[in-house]
Design a protein. Structure first.
Length: 135
């Protein structure tokens, strides 16, 4: 969600500020086991596609453009379900700065920054950690 908000904040059109995910798409995102890297790719490519359609006149108003974005996000998840999803991304670079949240995850859960970005989320392990630690 943060990646989608980030990419939408770079679009200076009203439709991008008004956009919100519908319930069905939110459920698909939450149910996915994609890595953060793959989810960021979907957010970036879907936002770019919708903004491009808007800029060339391929949309008919703000609501239509929001629907184009939702459709693009869902199309990526359809490709995931069909085994045809190929994110054009790179491994997390060793030259990128380590964020404090990454340091905390590594200290408490043993998850390296590479694990966070390149592996599917380990929500069950995090929930078990919270239960065992009383969090």
């Amino acid at each position: 969600y943060n990646a989608l908000e980030y990419y939408l904040s770079n679009v200076e059109e009203r439709w991008a500020q008004e956009f919100s995910l519908n319930e069905k798409t939110t459920e698909r995102v939450e149910a996915s086991d994609l890595s953060a890297k793959d989810l960021v790719y979907i957010a970036r490519s879907a936002t770019g596609y919708a903004a491009g359609q808007h800029s060339i006149g391929g949309s008919m108003g703000n609501r239509h453009n929001c629907n184009i974005l939702i459709g693009s996000i869902n199309r990526n998840f359809d490709w995931v379900d069909e085994g045809r999803f190929y994110a054009i991304t790179y491994e997390r670079s060793k030259k990128q700065p380590v964020l404090s949240s990454e340091t905390l995850l590594e200290n408490f859960l043993g998850m390296t920054p590479e694990d966070i970005y390149n592996l599917p989320p380990l929500l069950q392990e995090i929930q078990e950690y919270n239960i065992n630690e009383g969090g």
